[in-house]
Design a protein around this ligand. Structure first.
Ligand code: PLP
Length: 400
C-alpha cells in the first residue's frame, strides 16, 4: 500500500471499517476477525458507547498537559483502583510504555536497597522498547539491539525452584505474564504464581504482572490474576483499555507508591482525556452484569470445539490451551499455513511463536461466528482446498 513505511511489519490487507467481530477491506471483502487487533478490540468494532464517549470528549477537550488534572483521567484512575487493588495509577500510551514504567518504578522502590535486577521468564514478551525488549525472552527480538538493560535473568515458566535460585537481595522485581501471549499462550500455573508471591515476600522483591494482553476481561475475569488469587505489587495494562485508542496504565500498590516522587517519570500524552473517556466506556461494558461470565462461557464453547478438532486431527494438533477467549492451538508443524488457510476462508487469526495458532476474538464474538471459525479450521486441518477469494500470497504473519 505504501512504500514510504519502514518495513518492520509484513502486511498487505488495507482495512477500512469494522462492525462487531467483522472487518471490511478496501476491495470490499468481509473478514471475520479472530485477532481483534491483537487483543485490542475487546469490544469489537464500532461499539456505540465507546464511539459516542470519544466524540463527546473530543468536543470538550482533546488534550491537556499532565501538569493539570482532567475529569476523565482522574475518574479512570479511581475506577481502575476500585476494580483492581489499593494502588496509585500512572497512565501512558502503549503496552511497552507501561512495562517500561513498571521496570522503572520497581527500581525506584528498590533504589535505597540497591535492588536493580529483574527475574523474568522464558517465552515472555513485554514489548519492543529497550527496557521491555531486555526482559523479552525471544533472542531474535533482543540480540540485534544489544547492549540491553543489564541485570535480567530468565527462568523457565512454572519452575519455582529455578525462580528461587534466581531471586536474591539484588532483585528489584519478579516479572511475569499470568498468561503468556506472544510466547505461545502459556498460562502460569496458579500454584506457581502463589509460590512466586511467597518468594517475593520472603526475599523483599516486588511481584509485577504483565496483563497487557491477558487483562481486562480476556480470560473471563477482569484481571487474569484473579484466577490464582495472587495480587501483584505492580500491574500493567494496555491493549484493550481504551477501546482501540492508545493507552496503557501501571498500577502500583498504594503503600509502595510514596517511593515514586514528582519528576521520577512522565508522559506527555499519558491519560489523554479522549482515551480516558473511551476507557471509562470500555469498563462500563466489561462490568455490565453477565458480560465477563459470558466471555468465560464462550471461551469454554470455543475450547471444547477446538478440543474436538484436536481429537479428530491428532497428528496435526498437539495441544489446545488458554483461558477465556485467549486460546492457543499448538500444531505439530508451522502455524503459518493454517493462518493462511483461515485467511483463504475469510478469517483473520495470528500466530504465537512458530507453531501456535492464536485465537483472540473480540469478547463480543457470537457463537455463530465461533462455529464458522471451527468449521473453517476443520477444513484447513483436513487439508481442504476451498478458497473464498482465490489463492493469496504466502505472507508471513508479523505478530505484534
Ligand atoms: C504481554 C505483553 N506485554 C507488552 C506488550 C507490548 O505492548 P505494545 O505493543 O502496546 O507496546 C505486548 C504486545 O503484544 C504484550 O502482549
Amino acid at each position: 500500500m505504501s512504500d514510504a513505511l519502514l518495513p518492520v511489519y509484513d502486511r498487505d490487507l488495507v482495512l477500512v471499517k469494522g462492525k462487531g467481530a467483522r472487518l471490511w477491506d478496501s476491495a470490499g471483502h468481509e473478514w471475520l476477525d479472530f485477532a481483534a487487533g491483537i487483543a485490542v478490540n475487546g469490544l469489537g468494532y464500532g461499539d456505540r458507547k465507546v464511539v459516542s464517549a470519544i466524540k463527546k470528549q473530543a468536543d470538550l477537550l482533546i488534550h491537556a498537559s499532565n501538569l493539570y488534572h482532567t475529569e476523565p483521567g482522574s475518574e479512570l484512575a479511581r475506577r481502575l483502583v476500585s476494580l483492581a487493588f489499593p494502588s496509585k495509577v500512572f497512565f501512558c500510551n502503549s503496552g511497552t510504555e507501561a512495562w517500561e514504567g513498571a521496570m522503572k518504578f520497581a527500581r525506584r522502590i528498590g533504589h535505597e536497597a540497591g535492588r536493580t535486577g529483574y527475574v523474568c521468564f522464558e517465552h515472555s514478551f513485554h514489548g519492543r522498547t529497550m527496557g521491555s525488549v531486555s526482559t523479552t525472552w525471544t533472542a531474535k527480538y533482543r540480540e540485534p539491539f544489544e547492549p540491553l538493560v543489564p541485570g535480567v535473568r530468565f527462568c523457565p515458566l512454572n519452575d519455582l525452584a529455578a525462580a528461587a535460585d534466581a531471586v536474591d537481595e539484588r532483585t528489584a522485581a519478579v516479572m511475569v505474564e499470568p498468561v503468556q501471549g506472544e510466547g505461545g499462550i502459556r498460562p502460569a500455573a496458579p500454584e506457581f504464581l502463589r509460590g512466586l508471591e511467597d518468594l517475593c515476600r520472603q526475599r523483599g522483591a516486588l511481584l509485577v504482572f504483565d496483563e497487557i494482553q491477558c487483562g481486562l476481561g480476556r480470560t473471563g475475569r477482569m484481571f487474569a490474576y484473579e484466577h490464582s488469587g495472587v495480587t501483584p505489587d505492580i500491574l500493567t495494562l494496555a491493549k484493550p483499555l481504551a477501546g482501540g485508542l492508545p493507552m496503557g496504565a501501571v498500577l502500583v500498590r498504594e503503600d509502595l507508591a510514596p517511593a515514586i516522587k514528582v519528576g521520577d517519570h512522565g508522559s506527555t500524552f499519558g491519560g489523554n482525556p479522549v482515551a480516558a473517556a473511551a476507557a471509562l466506556a470500555v469498563l462500563d461494558r466489561l462490568t455490565a452484569p453477565g458480560f465477563l461470565d459470558d466471555v468465560g462461557a464462550k471461551g469454554l464453547y470455543l475450547t471444547r470445539g477446538l478440543r474436538r478438532l484436536a481429537k479428530k486431527h491428532k497428528g496435526a494438533v498437539v495441544d489446545v490451551r488458554g483461558m477465556g477467549l485467549m486460546i492457543g492451538v499448538e500444531l505439530s508443524g508451522p502455524a503459518a499455513p493454517v493462518v493462511k488457510g483461515l485467511r483463504e476462508r475469510g478469517i483473520l487469526a495470528v500466530k504465537s511463536g512458530e507453531k501456535v495458532l492464536r485465537l483472540l476474538p473480540p469478547l463480543v464474538v457470537k457463537r455463530s461466528e465461533m462455529k464458522r471459525l471451527l468449521d473453517a479450521l476443520g477444513e484447513v486441518l483436513a487439508g481442504g482446498a476451498g478458497s473464498r477469494f482465490g489463492p493469496r500470497n504466502d505472507k508471513k504473519e508479523s505478530g505484534t
